[in-house]
Design a protein around this ligand. Structure first.
Ligand code: NAP
Length: 344
């Protein structure tokens, strides 16, 4: 007998923000961490393929899932502690990321404002170390708790254990997000009391200047980020999408210099390791794909980096457009784009 929080042959159509049709052989909706230990022990589920689902905002379902999909819906957020330097704020994996960020700001605990309106859940945030406008979640994570889905045991990972890097962490590097090895159940953030706004990104500075704001409060900075994102990014409830569809590529300084001499307006962001980060959205636009469709999918007219489902798309449509965009960028710039979402 399966516990009542597990469905069989479950419809996943509304479980991802790209809204592709698919089914899961088993779908467990987890609202308490103890249920994860139950799953690990259950004889009917032993040895099955697993996948841990957060907000479904970074996932392309390429077909039915033959195994156990674990949807993390554990609620809860609280002030876990305070010292003279910082607030320690803890949130369970199922909390919506944007709602959590806005709640911290409303409580008077700033720090996460640049990460407003990033889609997804708190539990998924550490895996790809979400970041935006000069801030990465990993910088403010103190530790997190996860359940080992092989043993059912709970384990604490410090920020150092997580080995955060640009859109990367130990969880992603080890492939645990694909193998369903761990489910992150709770994340604790350390928010320093000595706050200073991060306004280094051109778009943020321009949005604040438009509002005549010189020294933004955390809420003003959050609002600027929200305004920028709402202009560029479609609401998945209206136009299904999975956010940025390609990673911003890192290329050698030589290739970046050669490209810039052929394309003087190429945006280039030199990295500490000598590589140069390019803007994938700019490359896609220049390759002619901004606002262009292929069947029922397309690259969004306001932001070429976002692949949108204009209605009734299947996984093969997404894969065809992915190929077409990659080939166009490779042909024009010699740069290989990698998709950002997980293809499952
Ligand atoms: P954007 O602001 O048009 O920027 C495009 C690229 O230029 C990004 O690689 C960005 O770096 C880089 N860039 C821009 N200004 C920079 C500066 N002053 N210094 C260094 N690098 C700079 O990008 P967008 O697509 O509209 O996205 C806005 C922000 O949301 C970006 O920070 C992006 O990374 C972030 N984002 C994050 C996720 C995620 O966490 N999964 C998904 C979508 C977008 P960075 O990428 O280092 O910021």
């Amino acid at each position: 007998m399966l516990p009542d929080y597990i469905q069989t042959q479950a419809d996943l159509g509304s479980s991802t923000t790209l809204a592709l049709p698919a089914r899961a052989e088993f779908l467990a909706r987890i609202t308490r961490p103890e249920q994860l230990a139950e799953l690990a022990r259950h004889p009917d589920l032993a040895g099955r393929r697993r996948f841990v689902l957060g907000g479904g905002s970074n996932l392309v379902l390429t077909g039915d899932f033959p195994g156990l999909m674990i949807a993390m819906a554990i609620p809860g957020r609280q002030l876990a502690g305070e010292d003279p330097q910082a607030w320690y704020v803890s949130a369970a994996a199922g909390e919506n990321w944007h709602d959590f960020v806005q709640w911290t700001l409303a409580q008077g605990w700033p720090g996460l404002e640049n990460l407003s309106l990033i889609p997804g859940s708190v539990g998924a945030a550490p895996i790809q170390n979400i970041g935006a406008y000069g801030l990465e979640a990993g910088e403010l994570i103190d530790h997190l708790e996860a359940t080992d889905l092989n043993s059912g045991k709970s384990i604490r990972f410090s920020a150092a254990d997580c080995a955060f890097a640009y859109r990367d962490s130990l969880f992603k590097r080890e492939g645990w997000h694909l193998s369903g090895r761990y489910a992150i159940t709770r994340v604790c953030f350390r928010l320093p009391k000595a706050w200073r706004p991060r306004t280094g990104y051109g778009e943020v500075a321009a949005e604040l200047a438009r509002g005549g704001i010189d020294n933004p409060t955390p809420l003003q900075l959050a609002q600027a980020v929200i305004t920028i994102r709402q202009k560029k990014l479609p609401d998945p409830a209206v136009l299904p999408n999975s956010g940025s569809f390609f990673q911003n590529p890192l290329v050698s300084a030589e290739l970046a210099a050669a490209l810039a001499s052929a394309h003087p307006s190429l945006p280039r962001y030199p990295q500490p390791d000598g590589q140069v980060k390019l803007a994938a959205g700019w490359l896609i636009e220049q390759a002619g794909w901004k606002g262009r469709n292929l069947g029922p999918v397309g690259m969004y007219e306001q932001q070429a980096l976002v692949l949108v489902n204009r209605g009734g798309a299947k996984s093969r449509d997404v894969q065809a457009l992915t190929r077409a965009v990659r080939e166009a960028v490779l042909a024009r710039f010699g740069v290989n784009l990698s998709p950002e979402p997980v293809f499952l």
